[in-house]
Design a protein around this ligand. Structure first.
Ligand SMILES: [Zn+2]
Length: 449
């Protein structure tokens, strides 16, 4: 407790002052802004959007050219709705445009860089400056606290490739601030999880962070071993694939509710659940989010739409109307917590996770997996891979209630969706394989989109 208080009141501010960071300042603003009325938040977004557009028009060669081509002037964008005149920026455009996106005021070597995973087929190099990075960290801090974690508490991370501190400064920082214990998800077995439990009992972290499915595997281990004394204040699932049954298992194992969170390397935190766990609040001071149909027209509340994000923090490499390739549903209802940040009702999955139906149309693979797991008893886990339009492979992990009926029911559940013409192959597997990034994908479409 003593160390928690010290870390909260002394080490955090001291470190930020030392780094000349704006993180705490921005965090304090966010703590207030989250309670603002929606109208005031829209005004804030519009003024931030205007500044960004004027900057991009002047300093980003890509957007200067794009605006020119389409006869758009930044000063013509007077309402949030006016942004719809600007064409959507795709991953492909970033890949082709490369350095053309970067501000002519910035040197690439002085920027923070990030690389997105290539699992959707397009890997990107992104750049942002320190101020943008600090603002993103501030938003994380705000959202971390929504989960029940607080400044100064230790953290448990269930992550692929945990960072190893390699300098004295990093070590110091690690001990004072990060104070994180890691479970490496690239090496999950009863020995590594057992050692992690021992470490947890010693360090008593206040919250656990990680990919939903990795936390779920650890939760299953705890339930199996009858370990009931790991009691965090918060659990943050940062992968978008938080399946309902996994949420329940995790909550049972830790006696604590799961906070679902959505973000990406490209723009940072997009949305996060509050303590009501009913939809995710969109981080509107930092991102302007739109939901669009196949023709890039806005969809209505309650309808699934492709998520398009404008990063209001990144001036070094502006991203305006960037299509993340995820599908989500927004809501116009307000949250009981009273926060003014609007709600992302749910995520339907990545565009690449949608499976093709042979006679036209698509199905959200993640939803199909979720529904099948609820409907068909005896399946622990499953993954759908559509190799060709008429060929779907089902990797299936047997559950406790597995009988010879299970696969028949699984097949007929799939037939209801795909019809009779699609070849179905069920593979019995011990676990769903991990991606190189440590993430899991439950639905993969390899048919050309
Ligand atoms: Zn809320």
């Amino acid at each position: 407790m003593m160390m928690n208080a010290l870390s909260k009141y002394i080490f955090y501010p001291a470190w930020d002052l030392k780094d000349g960071s704006h993180r705490l300042l921005e965090w304090r603003q966010l703590e207030k802004q989250q309670w603002w009325a929606q109208k005031d938040l829209e005004d804030l977004q519009l003024s931030r959007l205007n500044s960004l557009l004027i900057y991009a028009e002047t300093h980003s060669p890509y957007y200067r050219e794009l605006f020119n081509q389409h006869g758009i002037k930044a000063s013509d964008i007077r309402t949030l709705k006016d942004i719809e005149r600007i064409p959507v920026t795709t991953k492909q455009a970033i890949r082709n445009g490369g350095d053309q996106f970067i501000s002519d005021e910035c040197k690439k070597t002085q920027l923070v860089s990030a690389k997105t995973g290539g699992s959707t087929g397009v890997s990107l190099n992104l750049y942002f400056d320190d101020t943008c990075q600090e603002k993103r960290n501030a938003a994380q801090l705000m959202a971390d606290r929504w989960s029940g974690w607080d400044l100064g508490m230790k953290r448990a991370s269930v992550w692929g490739n945990p960072p190893v501190p390699d300098s004295v400064k990093q070590k110091l920082r690690h001990n004072l601030l990060d104070r994180t214990i890691y479970l490496d998800t690239m090496d999950l077995n009863s020995r590594s999880m057992g050692a992690f439990v021992t470490r947890w009992r010693k360090e008593k972290p206040g919250a656990v962070f990680g990919h939903a499915h990795s936390i779920y595997i650890f939760a299953k281990y705890l339930l199996h071993e009858n370990i009931t004394d790991l009691r965090p204040q918060g659990i943050v699932a940062t992968s978008m694939m938080l399946l309902e049954h996994e949420r329940k298992t995790i909550e049972q194992a830790f006696g604590c509710q799961v906070t679902n969170r959505y973000g990406c390397e490209e723009v940072g935190l997009i949305a996060c659940e509050c303590d009501q766990h009913s939809g995710m609040h969109i981080n509107v001071p930092h991102v302007y989010v739109e939901f669009l149909d196949g023709n890039n027209n806005p969809v209505a509340a309650g309808e699934p739409g492709k998520i398009v994000v404008t990063d209001l923090n990144n001036y070094a490499m502006p991203l305006i109307r960037y299509r993340v390739e995820d599908v989500g549903v927004y809501s116009e209802r307000t949250c009981k917590c009273g926060r003014g940040f609007p709600l992302l009702e749910k995520l339907e999955g990545r565009v690449a996770d949608f499976l093709r139906l042979p006679h036209g149309g698509q199905v959200a693979g993640i939803s199909l997996v979720e529904r099948t797991l609820t409907k068909v008893p005896g399946i622990e886990q499953m993954q759908l891979i559509q190799e060709q339009i008429y060929e779907v492979v089902i990797n299936r992990v047997k559950g406790r209630e597995f009988t010879e009926q299970t696969d028949k029911e699984l097949t007929s559940a799939m037939r209801e969706v795909f019809g009779e013409d699609v070849g179905l192959t069920i593979n019995n597997v011990d676990e769903i394989p991990q991606e190189a990034s440590g993430k899991y994908r439950f639905s993969i479409c390899r048919v050309n989109q």
